[in-house]
Design a protein around this ligand. Structure first.
Ligand code: 13P
Length: 345
């Protein structure tokens, strides 16, 4: 049975210097959207081949500390018969698992969702531990719009995140706590900052009530950013400043680390934002600040791969490149020059 110290060690390994997380836990429905963009059929063998391409990338463990998997993927194998969980361990990467059952509409709250999946969760966690998972993820979704988010939505999602985190820790999995404030919409960066502060305050209040050990947990927040349809977009520095200000106001210093989601930002902008935070606030923050990107790590790789075995090397080169750029951003050393040099090479 893992001890509290085991949880702390896993959480710290996830945010080790220069490393971040690859979110490859797209559900079967979500991966279909990604595959549609490269005209690849969404069947189990293609999903396996795609993840095999990603996970067999040589040297990935230099930049990636953990990979979040979907239930199906944790049970699949690499082409040589090695289960994906074991393959990742050989790369020095911790396997993790998405345990939520997705965001469903929240009763009496039009336009808002509650993440489901608490029923039977402790039993599922026990099975995932047996299958080799070391950490878990649960994503709550907060939408900004006219008259929303409601207090109901924020409270219920914070409560579910806390119940999930406590159940995971009891089972020996480090919980990644992911309250995503969506960037969809026309809202201002001020409104995003206000909603993010409210959400994170509510999340840490709920985690306290449910006795979650913060040192054995990791926060996966969205950045403070204007809505993607807003005419006024903030500079990279302003996003960095407001995001860090909000996190400092709300996230206890005991939390093992912070790993951002990319949420639909372009891959280079997601790297630039992370880089600015670490460049401007290095040595002044109580937690490591890193990445847990899905689209921002995979987009270029997916496009290079296009579902063909002959493009595996190109897909892997694209993934390794983005992973290295984000690793540099963890210490504020990413630059256009690095980006271009690597592309020219
Ligand atoms: P994106 O980086 O594509 O937002 O995905 C991260 C994630 O895990 C969303 O739950």
């Amino acid at each position: 049975m893992p001890t509290q110290q085991d949880l702390v060690s896993i959480a710290q390994a996830l945010v080790a210097p220069g490393k971040g997380i690859l979110a490859a836990d797209e559900s079967t429905g979500t991966i279909e959207k990604r595959f549609d963009s490269i005209k690849v059929e969404n069947v189990e063998e293609n999903r396996r081949a795609y993840r095999d391409m990603l996970f067999t990338t040589k040297g990935l463990g230099q930049y990636i500390s953990g990979v979040i998997l979907y239930d199906e993927t944790l049970r699949q194998k690499s082409s040589d018969g090695t289960p994906f969980g074991e393959l990742l361990k050989k790369q020095g990467i911790l396997p993790g698992i998405k345990v939520d059952a997705g965001a469903k509409s929240l009763a009496f709250c039009p336009g808002e969702t509650i993440t489901e999946g608490l029923d039977g969760l402790s039993k599922r966690c026990a099975e995932y531990v047996k299958l080799g998972a070391k950490f878990a993820k649960w994503r709550a979704v907060i939408t900004i719009g006219r008259d929303i988010p409601s207090r109901t939505c924020i409270q219920e999602n914070a409560h579910a995140l806390a119940r999930y985190a406590a159940i995971c820790q009891e089972a020996g999995l480090v919980p990644i706590v992911e309250p995503e404030v969506l960037m969809d919409g026309e809202h201002t960066i001020d409104r995003c900052e206000e909603v993010t502060e409210w959400t994170l305050n509510s999340v840490y209040d709920a985690l306290y009530l449910d006795k979650v050990m913060l040192e054995g947990s990791v926060l996966k927040p969205s950045m403070v950013i204007a809505g993607k349809d807003s005419a006024k977009q903030a500079s990279v520095e302003e996003v960095a400043e407001r995001t860090i200000r909000t996190l400092k106001r709300t996230v206890p210093a005991a939390v093992a680390g912070i790993v951002f989601l990319s949420g639909g930002q372009s891959d280079e902008l997601a790297t630039a934002h992370l880089n600015a935070m670490n460049r401007m606030f290095q040595g002044k923050l109580p937690w490591p600040v890193s990445f847990s990107y899905g689209r921002a790590l995979q987009q270029a790789s997916l496009k290079a791969w296009k579902g063909s075995a002959s493009n595996v090397a190109a897909g892997q080169a694209a993934l390794l490149h983005r992973s290295r750029m984000n690793s540099l951003a963890c210490s504020g050393r990413y630059s256009d020059k690095e980006e271009k040099q690597a592309k020219a090479a």
